[in-house]
Write a protein that binds this ligand. Structure first.
Ligand code: ATP
Length: 303
């Protein structure tokens, strides 16, 4: 389905670099007005996916549509509506902060002077400072300002927290992202900070070795999982496995498992293996992510 309600629509996207598969049959739909978090380990394929959305890479297989258009065929139409914070915060070193902003302003008819001034003050940026003299954090703030000040319909942030101190990260970045979504615009950001994704995103996609392994509204993704603590009368001979169990950890009589499934079913399953559920909770996104990666690593090591 590719209705007007989705900003990004990707089907069957695959990408190889030489012998290395970076993306493998990715399907992704990002609805208008969502804050969408892309999570995955280093090298999982997040930046490669973002580069396809920006039309910087051409799909080797599958299709990519942004605002209903092909970003490789129609770069001006697509890119003029996207604000992009790249992983390396590329800015011209020889310009001052003020010059960078004036230069960008000329390209974007929607540039908002008062928003740019507000952000410059919040970020405590000196317009006379030359880019090459900026700290990593000041550079990150300048690049973020530059991506936002023309009020793009889609704001794409590759690891936006990198280089930002905890206050800017927690307060300013979160507020900015919320404001963009409240105005009916869309944010796509990648991050390996799962607590941050959990705080900011409405929907997420988890990418693992080029494949989307989990995708959907954050509440659905979390609601489909449980973290249960099992207590046995006797220590089990091997790690307990419940139906839907992704990973069990523990020792002796007490084990914790991250599982798919509902409370009642898990309690019944636990009883059949001689255990009682003594704690049952919704896991954090971090726990779901770690369980999935560890479970996959265990299978790879055994297989
Ligand atoms: P990180 O969190 O480290 O930025 P990522 O999830 O953004 O990682 P990508 O940068 O998309 O991951 O990389 C996915 C895979 O593709 C990696 O194995 C990477 O080495 C490989 N890759 C990406 N770009 C290229 C390229 N231009 N040439 C060769 N291999 C590449």
């Amino acid at each position: 389905m590719s209705g007007d309600a989705s900003v990004v629509h990707i089907e069957g996207l695959s990408r190889r670099f030489g012998g290395k598969t970076a993306l493998d049959g990715v399907d992704l739909e990002i609805p208008v007005g969502t804050v969408f978090g892309l999570v995955g380990e280093n090298g999982a394929g997040k930046t490669t996916l973002i580069k396809h959305i920006l039309g910087l890479l051409r799909a080797q297989a599958g299709s990519v549509r942004v605002f209903g258009r092909d970003p490789v065929q129609e770069p001006v139409e697509v890119l003029s509506r996207i604000g992009y914070l790249s992983e390396d915060r590329d800015l011209p070193d020889w310009m001052t902060v003020g010059e960078v902003l004036r230069y960008l302003r000329a390209f974007y008819p929607t540039w908002d002077d008062s928003l740019a001034d507000d952000l410059r003050r919040q970020f405590e940026l000196d317009p006379k400072a030359r880019v090459k003299t900026l700290s990593q954090g000041q550079r990150a703030r300048t690049a973020l300002l530059a991506a936002m000040a023309y009020r793009p319909d889609l704001l794409v942030l590759d690891e936006p927290s990198t280089g930002l101190d905890p206050i800017v990260r927690r307060d300013i970045l979160t507020a900015i992202i919320r404001t963009v979504a409240d105005e009916g615009r869309t944010v796509l950001f990648s991050s390996h900070l799962l607590d941050e994704v959990e705080r900011m995103a409405d929907s997420i996609a988890m990418i693992d070795r080029g494949r989307i392994v989990l995708c959907g509204p954050l509440s659905d993704v979390k609601g489909a999982h449980r973290r249960v603590t099992l207590r046995f009368n006797q220590p089990p001979a091997r790690p307990p496995v419940l139906a839907g169990s992704i990973l069990s950890e523990g020792f002796g009589r007490e084990w914790t498992a991250v599982c798919r499934g509902g409370t009642e079913q898990l309690a019944r399953d636990a009883a059949t293996i001689g255990a009682e559920v003594v704690e049952d909770d919704v896991p954090s996104l971090d726990e779901i992510f770690v369980a999935r990666i560890r479970a996959r690593e265990t299978v790879s090591a055994e297989g």
